[in-house]
Design a binder for this molecule. Sequence first.
Ligand SMILES: [Zn+2]
Ligand SMILES: [Zn+2]
Length: 224
Amino acid sequence: MLAAAPPSIAPDSLEALLDPALDVLAGFAEDPQEFAEAWDHGEIVPSALFPERGRIGTIEAQQRSQLSQNALAFLAVVALRPVLAAYFAECREHVADSEWDLGICPCCGGPPGFADLLEDGRRQLACHLCGTSWTFARLVCPFCGTRTAAELIRLMAEDAEEGYAVGACRSCRGYVKELDRRVRWNAGCGLVEDWGSPHLDLVAHRQEFWRPIPTLIQLASPAE
Ligand SMILES: [Zn+2]
Ligand SMILES: [Zn+2]
């Protein structure tokens, strides 16, 4: 939908969020200078941060900025979310209970950032880029679509808190953290829970699983 009806976003409307995000990157051995220059000259525009097939942000923007793919995705999530969340407010309502069987966000096309197991046992995936959630089959990998049960595993932290797990796929090595809302009915929203559970990313990262929406752990150890 983002490709069919792209919102026009004024570059300066993103800068209040983009500037501190660039500062964060500088702390992770990424050099945000080229990005900042290209942005100021209009060579990288807001739409260059939109999700594309299999990645977030265009290849051109990555080459021009000399940032890693993870760093570019990080900038996109931090800077675009308020704008895209407002843009897709209506879309979000319509898809909440609809059956959308793709592992990408039905509104913006972004990859899932977090998963919730709902009261009725359905799995809902959350998009960090625009705040949309959509229902997705539990026994299918949202990244590669495999339905082979033996490929889909659950990872737990050592001192596992009840209700939290990592759903990982041995076929494509992708993972998404998952929260069982039947056990944790008073937990925060997906984005808050995602940011609040870096220990689970560490568990997945150590076993060489990856996620499309980067965490600070991935930015800190950029072995891609
Ligand atoms: Zn989205
Ligand atoms: Zn997979």
